[in-house]
Write a protein that binds this ligand. Structure first.
Ligand code: ADP
Length: 506
């Protein structure tokens, strides 16, 4: 080499070293230069300090050569292979990612990239490169992968079908449930134009709703029947810049039970209508029958009375007794007919409502039962009662029947104590008529409200067994309830409620 050439080469080296130093200072990376022939390696201290988190005093000459011991044990083989490749092949660039231990024991992810300087025979002489700390990028990548895995797991594990399309309706996601619910496999649809696969659904409810969601840029929920699978789906579609996400829920069972419920409801309504009709017919029948029965009954009674009057002298005692029985029977039959008539009349009230002062009403009833009250030595005590709005005759009937029973079923040996109480609730009143009479066996609590149900024979206590049936019918007609609490030999309390609204005012 001539002197001039040597000078030129020195100059070049000087220039390149200067350039190298400038780059070392400007970059955040650790720049290094490794002479393979001498084994000497130069690394810039700032880069080293940053990657390994070492203090200024720790960087002694030796520490910069500490590289190999810092490589993560699992990455050592990888590095070995790269090194061998560099030596063996003719490549002039290399790149490797690995983990190196920092001073605090934690590991940094680094990316090592460099150029290989070779001689004319291709022998590697020198490696010049830069080490970049990519820990943060790696962490972000890992987090992203994790969320993607999680998202996929969620999308696969949700019970709903899910699919996503890009803004051109090209399917980007199709979960396992979508395969089952829509009968299309992932591999047949991912990457395809959705409406090519679902040609028959163009113009379906779903198609229009998706368009609407995209046009308005708002999520949308709707139900649609998918004929090929014969299933009902509840569908939620969410538009975004990236396209459309769609969730499907199979609601076929619910839908069919809704339909069944509707059918059941309408058949129930029909039955209720028929029942009302047959009830009205029955009431009409009871009314007509009892009305028409009165006439022949009157005839029987009047002819029996005639018989008693005209032929009383020639009929023997037994004959007279027979006539008495017959007259008694006819009388009772008349009472039954009258009660039946009354029962069938319940609810047939017409005209204007009255304002009924229940205190006055109870006083009137007391006057009506004056005789029995005296006979039974009865005391009737009542709370201050409200005024109610309604038809007076059914309301009177309720109080009258209950007070009448309290007097009728009083105990013979003690004075009858009858109380009438009223409690007020939000939208109804609750009345109680209690006595200290003979009481009722709980077994009969329901039975006594049924038409013609009596617990005693006519000789013990007279009655037709219609009073409580009439009372119940009236109370229920006014929108209330009636029930009894009683103990044999102690007394009974009949409770009933009456709605305030419509019928009632304070
Ligand atoms: P009845 O015309 O027989 O009184 P009700 O329908 O008024 O018919 O009553 C049915 C039955 O309920 C009565 O026969 C009686 O046995 C029983 N009962 C009703 N009220 C009372 C009461 N206050 N105490 C005891 N038993 C009662």
């Amino acid at each position: 080499m001539t002197l001039q050439k040597k000078k030129q080469a020195e100059l070049k080296l000087k220039e390149s070293n200067e350039r190298y130093n400038l780059i070392s200072q400007a970059t955040n990376d650790m720049v290094w230069d490794w002479d393979l022939l001498t084994g000497k390696i130069y690394r810039n201290k700032a880069g080293w300090k940053k990657i390994f988190r070492t203090g200024e005093d720790e960087i002694k000459n030796g520490s910069l050569d500490d590289w190999d011991s810092r490589v993560h044990p699992d990455d050592k083989d990888k590095i070995k292979i790269v090194k061998e490749n560099i030596l063996r092949s003719t490549q002039d660039f290399f790149e490797i990612e690995c983990r190196v231990r920092r001073n605090d024991g934690t590991y940094a992810f680094i990316l090592d990239r460099g150029n290989i300087v070779r001689d004319a025979d291709g022998k590697a002489l020198r490696l010049i490169g830069a080490t970049q700390d990519i820990t943060e990028r790696k962490k972000a990548e890992e987090a992203l992968i994790l969320t993607l895995i999680e998202k996929n797991t969620i999308l696969e594990s949700i019970g709903d079908a899910f699919f996503a399309t890009d803004t051109n309706w090209v399917v980007t996601y199709w979960n396992n449930h979508a395969e089952k619910m829509l009968g299309v496999a992932k591999k047949e649809i991912i990457g395809q134009y959705l409406w090519d696969v679902f040609k028959d659904s163009v113009d379906s409810v779903s198609y229009k709703k998706y368009q609407e969601a995209i046009a308005t840029n708002t999520s949308i929920q709707f139900e649609d029947f998918y004929a090929p699978m014969e299933r009902w789906y509840e569908i939620s579609a969410y538009p975004s810049d990236r396209g459309l996400s769609v969730y499907f829920k199979d609601i076929t069972e619910r839908k069919y039970s809704d339909i069944q419920l509707k059918e059941l409801n309408s058949s129930l309504q029909l039955q209720a209508k028929e029942l009302v009709l047959s009830n009205t017919e029955l009431e009409q029948f009871a009314y007509v029958a009892s009305h028409d029965l009165q006439e022949p009954l009157r005839m029987v009674t009047s002819f029996l009375t005639q018989l008693q009057k005209k032929y009383g002298t020639i009929i023997d005692d037994r004959g007279k007794q027979y006539i008495e029985f017959a007259v008694d029977g006819a009388k009772r039959m008349r009472q039954v007919i009258l009660d039946l008539l009354e029962y069938s009349r319940v609810g047939r009230t017409e005209g204007q409502h009255d304002i009924i002062d229940l205190n006055e009403l109870v006083d009137e009833i007391k006057i009506l039962f004056r005789k029995q009250i005296q006979e039974k030595n009865a005391v009737i005590v009542s709370d201050i009662l409200p005024s109610v709005q309604g038809f007076i005759s059914p309301v009177r009937q309720v109080f009258q029947n209950l007070i009448s029973n309290a007097l009728t079923y009083a105990k013979k040996d003690i004075e009858a104590q009858i109380n009438i109480n009223c409690s007020t609730f939000d939208d109804y009143w609750q009345f109680a008529v209690s006595d200290n009479g003979i009481g009722i066996d709980p077994e009969y609590f329901d039975k006594i409200f049924i038409i013609f149900q009596r617990l005693h024979n006519k000789d013990e206590f007279s009655g037709t067994g219609l009073g409580l049936a009439v009372t119940k019918k009236i109370v229920e007609n006014l929108g209330g309830k009636i029930w009894v609490e009683s103990e044999e030999e102690k007394g009974s309390t009949f409770y009933f409620t009456m709605k305030k609204q419509l019928e009632g005012i304070k």
